[in-house]
Design a protein around this ligand. Structure first.
Ligand SMILES: Cc1cc2nc3c(=O)[nH]c(=O)nc-3n(C[C@H](O)[C@H](O)[C@H](O)COP(=O)(O)OP(=O)(O)OC[C@H]3O[C@@H](n4cnc5c(N)ncnc54)[C@H](O)[C@@H]3O)c2cc1C
Ligand code: SF4
Length: 537
C-alpha cells in the first residue's frame, strides 16, 4: 500500500470504527488524513490535544464528553488491518520512530516509540496493571503529592477498565509458552497470574507487536479515539506539531506542518503549515517527544530546569529456554502470564513473544550457528523481567532542526544487580519447567547454559550494565509531576507550574517509574486531569 492510500484507508473503511455505526458518517467529517491536506490551514478549539496515544486519547475523549470542542492532533497515520506487516522489520519501519532503531547513549539500549494513530497502544502487548499502593506511597512522600494515591486513582482505573474490557487472559488463548511459565512458578512456589489486557475476543495469535489483525486489542484507534469522535472531537492525523505558542503566562495554541506517512517526520517538501488556536493545550506526545517540543518552543515551562531531566525506563532483560518437546511459541497471547512476586525486590516477570527477526537480534552467533538457533525456535519459550531502576537516570535533549530526541541514560551498577537477580530467577524457572537449555543473552557468559547448577554463572560480576542485552519501551519522568514548582514541571492536575493553561498528560509526568507496565496508570492520570481541566474551562 502506498503512502497516500494509507492516509485514505482506516478512518474511511470499516476497520477503525470497530464495527461501523451511525457515528461513522459524522466522524468522516471530523477526521482528516494525509490525502486531504491541500493547503495551509487554521483551526480553533476549546482544547487542542497533541498525541493520540493512550494518554492523549483518554484526555480527548473525556474533554469532548464534557461538552468541549476538542481537536486531537497526531503525527502518525491511521492503520487498517491491511496496513499491518507481519514481518517484524517492515512493521517497525512503519509504526515506530526511527524505524524502531532508536537507542539511548551512555548505556546503549534500544527503546521503541510509536508513530501512529493510537500511539504505543497500536503495537504494545495490551498489558494493563495497576501499580501497588507502595508505588504511590513513594511518589506521595518523595514528590510532595497529596492526591496521587491508589485509592483516589481507583475510580479512574475502574472507568478505563470497564471501557476497554480489561480482563485476565483466559486459559484458551494462553498457549503452551505462557502455560509453561505458570507451571514453572507453581513448581517453585512463586505466585503468578494471567495478565489483564485491554482486548475483546483475543484469539492468541501472538501478533500484538506488529498490530492486531483480529482487531481484538482495544488500541486507542479503535476504542477511545472513535469514542472521542462520537462525542464531537475532531481528529487530524499526519500533522506534526512543531511549536507551542505563548503569550505571557498563557499558551494560545500550537503550530506545525503536515507530514506524509512513513516519512520519518520529514515533511519532504509538501508540508502545508497549520495552526490551531485553543483556550488550553494538552501535550500527550509521549515522554521522549513532549520535552523536545517544549525545548523547541523557547524552553517553555522550564523555570524548574527539569524539562527533559530525570529520564527513567523499566529496562527489560529476557532469556530464551529450549524445551525437549515443541512449544509452538507463535501460538498464544503475546504476553499472557506474569508474576508480581518480586516487585518489592525491583522486578516483574512476564512471558514474551515477538516476531522472529526481532528475536534474532539477541540470539548469539552468526551464519550456521544462528540458523541452528532458528531451527530450535519451535521448542523455545521466552520469558522476561522489567526492572524498577530508580537510580538509573538520563535526559532528553532536542537536536538541531529535528524533533527526534537525543537520549542519554546510564544503568546504575546497583540497578544492574536487580537485573542480575531477575535473570537468575528466570533461569531457575526454565529449569523447573523442564527446559533442556537456556540462552542467557549476557555478553561474557556462555551462549547456552545447560542446567540449574550452571545457571549460578548468572550471579557473576560479568552480569553488569555493559554486558546486558536490554530493551526499554516503558519511558518516564521527563516532565515530572512534583508538588514543589522548583523541582518538577507539572502539578498534580498535570498543569505546568509556569503556565496557566498548558497541561502535560503522557508518561513523562510520572515522578518515578511505576514498577509495572505503565499504560493504564498513564490513562488514569490523564482521565483525572481531563476531568479537572473540563471543569476549569
Ligand atoms: C513494543 C511496546 C510494547 C509495550 N507494551 C506495553 C504493555 O503491554 N503495557 C503497557 O502498559 N505498556 C506497554 N508499552 C508502553 C506503552 O505503550 C506506553 O507507555 C504508552 O503508549 C505511552 O502512552 P503515551 O500516551 O504517553 O505516549 P505514546 O503512546 O507514545 O503516544 C504519543 C503519540 O504522540 C504522537 N506525537 C509525538 N510527537 C508529536 C508531534 N510533534 N505532533 C503530533 N503528534 C506527535 C506520537 O506519534 C504518538 O502517537 C509498550 C511499548 C512498546 C513500544
Ligand atoms: S494475541 Fe493476537 S489476537 Fe490477541 S490481542 Fe494480540 S494480536 Fe490480537
Amino acid at each position: 500500500m502506498d503512502e497516500m492510500s494509507v492516509g485514505k484507508g482506516d478512518l474511511r473503511g470499516e476497520d477503525v470504527s470497530g464495527g461501523a455505526g451511525d457515528w461513522l458518517a459524522a466522524a468522516r467529517e471530523r477526521v482528516r488524513v494525509f490525502a486531504q491536506y491541500d493547503h495551509a490551514f487554521e483551526e480553533q478549539a476549546d482544547v487542542v490535544v497533541v498525541g493520540s496515544g493512550p494518554c492523549g486519547a483518554v484526555a480527548a475523549y473525556e474533554l469532548a464528553c464534557a461538552g468541549h470542542d476538542v481537536i486531537l492532533l497526531e503525527e502518525g497515520p491511521p492503520f487498517t488491518v491491511r496496513d499491518f506487516e507481519l514481518d517484524g522489520n517492515l512493521s517497525m519501519a512503519r509504526t515506530l520512530r526511527e524505524g524502531g532503531l532508536r537507542m539511548t547513549r551512555g548505556t546503549t539500549m534500544p527503546t521503541m516509540q510509536a508513530i501512529a494513530l493510537g500511539g504505543g497502544s497500536l503495537v504494545n502487548s495490551a498489558i494493563c496493571v495497576r501499580p501497588p499502593e507502595s508505588v504511590f506511597d513513594r511518589w506521595a512522600t518523595r514528590f510532595d503529592l497529596e492526591r496521587t494515591d491508589r485509592m483516589s486513582l481507583d475510580p479512574h482505573f475502574d472507568a478505563i477498565s470497564g471501557f476497554l474490557g480489561i480482563a485476565p487472559t483466559p486459559d484458551e488463548v494462553q498457549g503452551r509458552r505462557n502455560r509453561l511459565f505458570r507451571d514453572a512458578c507453581d513448581a517453585m512456589g512463586i505466585a503468578s497470574e494471567p495478565i489483564s489486557r485491554n482486548v475483546r475476543g483475543c484469539r492468541g495469535s501472538g501478533e500484538c507487536l506488529t498490530g492486531c489483525r483480529s482487531r481484538a486489542k482495544q488500541s486507542m484507534d479503535i476504542s477511545y479515539v472513535p469514542a472521542a469522535l462520537r462525542a464531537g472531537a475532531r481528529v487530524l492525523t499526519s500533522v506534526q506539531v512543531q511549536q507551542i505558542r505563548r503569550s505571557g503566562r498563557r499558551v494560545t495554541g500550537v503550530s506545525g506542518q503536515v507530514v506524509a506517512p512513513f516519512s520519518r517526520g520529514n515533511p519532504r517538501g509538501l508540508g502545508h503549515r497549520f495552526r490551531v488556536d485553543a483556550k488550553a493545550v494538552v501535550l500527550a506526545a509521549g515522554c521522549t517527544a513532549t520535552p523536545v517540543l517544549l525545548q523547541h518552543s523557547d524552553d517553555l515551562a522550564n523555570a524548574s530546569g527539569q524539562v527533559g531531566q530525570n529520564l527513567q525506563f523499566h529496562p527489560g532483560v529476557a532469556i530464551a529456554g529450549v524445551f525437549p518437546e515443541a512449544v509452538d511459541p507463535q501460538f498464544g497471547a503475546a504476553q499472557g502470564y506474569q508474576s508480581l512476586a518480586f516487585l518489592e525486590e525491583g522486578f516483574k516477570l512476564e512471558t514474551l513473544w515477538a516476531p522472529p527477526p526481532l528475536l534474532a537480534i539477541r540470539f548469539p552467533g552468526l551464519g550456521e550457528q544462528l540458523q541452528t538457533r532458528f531451527a530450535e525456535l519451535p521448542n523455545m519459550a521466552i520469558w522476561d523481567a522489567i526492572a524498577s531502576t530508580h537510580r538509573s537516570l538520563g535526559r532528553v535533549r532536542k537536536r538541531f532542526r529535528s524533533l527526534e530526541p537525543t537520549l542519554h541514560w546510564r544503568l546504575h551498577p546497583d540497578d544492574a544487580v536487580i537485573l542480575r537477580r531477575a535473570l537468575r530467577v528466570i533461569a531457575e524457572l526454565f529449569f523447573a519447567a523442564g527446559a533442556r537449555k537456556i540462552l542467557p543473552g549476557v555478553v561474557g557468559l556462555p551462549d547456552t547454559i545447560a542446567n540449574a547448577e550452571q545457571a549460578a554463572l548468572l550471579d557473576s560480576a560479568l552480569v553488569k550494565a555493559g554486558n546486558l542485552v536490554m530493551g526499554g519501551n516503558h519511558v518516564f519522568c521527563t516532565t515530572r509531576m512534583h508538588g514543589d514548582p522548583t523541582r518538577g514541571v507539572v502539578d498534580e492536575d498535570g498543569r505546568c507550574h509556569d503556565l496557566e493553561n498548558l497541561y502535560i498528560a503522557d508518561t513523562g509526568i510520572f515522578p518515578q517509574c511505576p514498577s509495572v507496565n505503565p499504560m493504564l496508570t498513564g490513562m488514569a492520570l490523564a482521565r483525572r486531569q481531563a476531568l479537572t481541566l473540563a471543569d476549569r474551562l
